[in-house]
Design a protein around this ligand. Structure first.
Ligand SMILES: Cc1cc2nc3c(=O)[nH]c(=O)nc-3n(C[C@H](O)[C@H](O)[C@H](O)COP(=O)(O)O)c2cc1C
Length: 350
């Protein structure tokens, strides 16, 4: 049975898991339209994750994808963190706020989160996916034995090979165009920055497991191109952010549907890991700071505090406004309508 059959997909569209942006309502709407909906639970604890899985199940009986972050533990580097907070100090002051005294590790990696594993083995979601790395063999075997199909993001052939060797069932080929966090396993290592086209083709021709293309895909023509490159489906993130079912706030929606969508930038300043965002006041501030940010997700603790301070004063330009290079093609409409539109476009492409 192919993966598409196993997931009962009637259209080769995966909605990207988007921590903080995807919701049970969005995931269920995509599933009900014949695609694979997803929950981004990488920043949630096991209890919240279980609640979101159950809420999604109340809305759909179809399979969906539950996504987790498998990052290395951050260094608690006080001198570096103090220097970073000092560099952000002026921006906090502008919003009438103080930077935090110290940074916290605001969420755990699935690599060590036994409560999350136990919850997954209990809830048995149809699909579990990993971003930033791979869990150990014990976790992979346990999830397989629970009947979960496993996906992992790869940004290079080396990462894809590691995923295949670990027994992952399908690989999400994430090009440099993609919105949100780059799934690269080692954020401090060399990055080839392969685009979606080259990466998808490379992985589709070399991997023995199915490949899903991600990055800059916004419409039926993009999905068709991914299929032509040998992908079994396309994973779209940015395309779904302006749907009313997403958790994006008003400032993010306004930026995405206006002029600001024309410019994206890869930045580490917001969270400590490279991620593609709309160019805004935060990314410009990040480009002007010459000390390195703390490790992910500790830098994100500062980033979220800075955004909260400015948002309280009505300034939206410090939000983590993740978006891919295809952002100007975004369409704000309910997810069911967007799925119907994507399906029509895909079939119309010659
Ligand atoms: C707002 C946002 C949040 C994201 N969060 C996650 C996440 O939690 N887990 C994950 O695997 N990928 C995440 N991604 C990356 C997507 O899986 C995917 O690679 C990307 O959206 C594809 O590029 P596109 O946005 O141009 O469609 C996120 C992307 C966006 C735009």
């Amino acid at each position: 049975m192919t993966l598409t059959d196993r997931l009962a997909l009637t259209v080769p569209i995966f909605q990207a898991p988007m921590a903080g942006v995807s919701t049970p309502a969005l995931a269920a709407a995509v599933c009900e339209a014949g695609g694979l909906g997803a929950l981004g639970l990488g920043s949630s604890n096991a209890e919240t994750a279980r609640t979101m899985i159950r809420e999604t199940r109340e809305r759909t009986t179809r399979p969906f994808n539950v996504n987790l972050f498998v990052h290395a533990d951050p260094a608690e580097d006080w001198p570096r963190e103090t220097a970073w907070l000092k560099a952000l100090g002026h921006s906090f002051a502008e919003a009438g706020a103080e930077p935090p005294d110290a940074l916290r590790t605001i969420y755990r990696s699935f690599a060590h989160d036994d409560a999350m594993l136990a919850m997954l083995l209990d809830e048995k979601p149809a699909v579990v996916s990993f971003h930033f790395g791979l869990p150990d063999a014990g976790r992979i075997t346990a999830l397989h034995e629970a009947g979960c199909l496993l996906l992992a993001t790869a940004t290079s052939p080396d990462e894809a090979r590691a995923a295949e060797r670990a027994g992952i069932d399908a690989i999400v080929a994430q090009g440099f165009e993609a919105g949100g966090h780059r799934g690269i396993f080692d954020p401090d290592g060399h990055d080839e920055q392969l685009g979606t086209l080259a990466l998808t083709r490379l992985l589709a021709s070399r991997c023995s497991v199915p490949v899903i293309a991600a990055g800059g895909i916004m419409d039926g023509a993009g999905i068709r191109a991914a299929l032509d490159l040998g992908a079994i489906a396309a994973q779209l993130g940015t395309a779904f952010i302006a749907c009313p079912e997403s958790a994006a706030d008003d400032g993010y929606r306004a930026a995405l549907t206006g002029e600001a969508a024309e410019h994206t930038i890869m930045t580490r300043a917001i969270s400590g890991r490279p991620a593609r965002a709309l160019a805004n006041r935060f990314t410009r501030l990040g480009s002007s700071i010459d000390v390195p940010p703390p490790d992910y997700p500790r830098a994100y603790d500062a980033g979220k505090a800075l955004n909260a301070a400015h948002k309280a004063k009505g300034e939206a330009g410090f939000g983590a406004q993740w978006a891919g290079q295809g952002a100007p093609l975004i369409r704000a409409m309910p997810a069911s309508e967007l799925m119907a539109q994507l399906r029509r476009e895909l079939h119309d492409v010659r």
